[in-house]
Ligand binder design. Structure first.
Ligand code: NI
Length: 171
């Protein structure tokens, strides 16, 4: 089922995700919904707080359009190591129409549980590393706007608030 993606400045995007104690059938259904919602958007990542579910869970698929899908599920993730830095032009499904340069670690090592509940470790670089850090941020209630300088931050904040106001009056 495709879920509604919350847009900034929705306050629920600031909630920290709670750890998931057990992969229940409900959690599996949530993972399916998140993947479906991400692919439909379309986007390369989606975190549970973005659909109003404050849990430690995100999904990522950074496969190119001409490649087979490569869904990765991260439950209770931890970033163990961050190396070097890279500036990437990022978007976010909670900030429609916004693309801004964000500085991130160029490489990360992340530990998480998969859909089967088993722990895994992953070394990532490039887009995958950026996506892991971006989605991990969502689980802490952190958003891409928090990485911008004061001027850019104000511009994006104003743009998003105007956009939400326009949608509210059109409804
Ligand atoms: Ni995002």
């Amino acid at each position: 089922m495709i879920r509604t993606i919350l847009h900034y400045p929705d306050k629920r995007l600031r909630e920290k995700g709670v750890p998931i104690a057990k992969i229940t059938p409900e959690i599996e259904a949530l993972i399916d919904d998140m993947a479906e919602t991400m692919y439909a958007a379309p986007g390369v990542g989606l975190a549970a707080p973005q659909i109003g579910v404050a849990l430690q869970l995100f999904v990522i698929d950074v496969a190119e359009e001409d490649e087979a899908s490569d869904l990765r599920v991260f439950v209770n993730p931890e970033i163990l190591e961050r190396h070097d830095s890279i500036t990437w032009t990022e978007g976010c499904l909670s900030f429609p129409g916004v693309q801004e340069d964000v500085e991130r670690a160029a490489r990360v090592r992340v530990r998480a549980q998969g859909r089967d509940g088993k722990w895994f470790e992953l070394e990532a670089e490039g887009l995958l590393a950026v996506a892991v850090q971006h989605e991990f941020d969502h689980l802490q209630g952190q958003l891409m706007i928090d990485h911008l300088g004061p001027l850019k931050k104000r511009l994006v904040d104003r743009k998003m608030k105007r956009r939400e106001a326009a949608h509210a009056s059109a409804d």
